[in-house]
Design a protein around this ligand. Sequence first.
Ligand code: C2E
Ligand code: SIN
Ligand code: SIN
Ligand code: FE
Ligand code: FE
Length: 405
Amino acid sequence: MENEQFIHQILEILKKEISQIKDIDSLLDRILFEARKFTASDAGSLFLVEGTKLKFSYVQNDSLFKDLTFNKHLYSSQEMEIDDKSIAGYVALTGQTLQIEDVYDLGPDEPYSFNSTYDLASSYRTRSMLVVPLRTGENKIVGVIQLINTLQSDQTPGIYSQQHRLMAELFADQAAIAIERAKMTRAIILRMIKMAELRDPKETGAHVNRVGAYSIEIYHQWARTRNIPEKDIKYFLDTLRIAAMLHDVGKVAISDTILKKPGKLTQEEYELMKWHTVAGHELFRDPTSDLDSMAADIALTHHEKWDGTGYPGHIKQDKENPGAASQGKKGERIPLAGRIVALADVYDALISKRCYKDAWPEEKVLSHIQEQSGFHFDPSLVEAFFSIYEVIKAIRDKYADPETG
Ligand code: C2E
Ligand code: SIN
Ligand code: SIN
Ligand code: FE
Ligand code: FE
């Protein structure tokens, strides 16, 4: 069967490509995009199994999301039970593919029903669906891909074919394996961050997640106003999120008395604290991957300032007196990734409560960032930050600090 051979060739290529993606969110984005492409689907969502729940992890919709601010939907964290009541839940529970002609016209014997909340909220009309389980080699179901409204060549909605189904199922098997692998990479990195956290209780996992997410959104907006090819953007984003999450791991090298000090640091203590940039850079020296070299750049330069008054500058490795060692780097001499994390990190530090400071009111934070444009921060990044501020706020809500006490 020539057709089948062709399908396998395409899948081989896709398998190679997706197996190189390290960041789980970039991976989900790509999996959903490719599955939609070969099934000509107007929309789709991806759900991941987390514990006993199915989590709404990614959504794409060509008809609805032409408007940029819809990115915030990426961060809506909805979940449903893994049971036969919802369409996606049914597929996760039974491992069976569903191929539906019209979700508003389900057979009377089906246990599941269509949840029309999103259609009602957006005046989108969901019709046909192809819903496949993401199953690993060990027969474990890690999630569900839900493809919506396949379009015919005249762009009107049609129904999914047997060939769509075959391809989607084969692709889903590869995708599930890549997802397992990306989850493992993420788990290892999270352990690294945890180690840093154990040393420094005020750096929370939530802070790290927020800085990673703010950073990629600032970059994405900045890049799209600059005619950077989408392929390069995606590649940078994939590396940036993880590297940004690692910005402060160098704090493992700072002594407890300084790290855990509840009040203000003395000048002398502050000078030693500055060493965390150089220490973080050391951890990723001799880079073997783009991720390592970006992580090294960010660790080293996330406290540099656009006007050259930041630290540590051009490092002389003088642990006793790192801040005074030399002048800060300036402007575009500071790597882009470092400039981005500088903004994301300070925004998050000011808007949150820390053991040494209260949270600032939002207006004060925003006017500080505006005032520091061209001084602390790269003005073009400040501009990008404000133009996607809705997305920034959605991230803040998604990764809110856990309630304490
Ligand atoms: P961090 O808490 O993540 O803060 C990151 C950056 O946000 C700071 O870098 C600074 O640029 C900005 N920032 C934080 N709080 C304020 C504030 O109240 N006012 C202003 N204008 N900016 C603020 P910086 O200053 O280089 O500090 C690096 C790290 O050193 C901080 O990371 C924190 O872990 C530690 N640190 C700084 N000052 C103190 C302090 O007085 N007491 C303690 N215990 N730790 C401090
Ligand atoms: C959803 O899109 O969140 C639910 C659709 C369904 O499976 O009923
Ligand atoms: C997007 O923001 O448009 C996609 C998610 C990402 O930035 O990686
Ligand atoms: Fe830092
Ligand atoms: Fe930080």
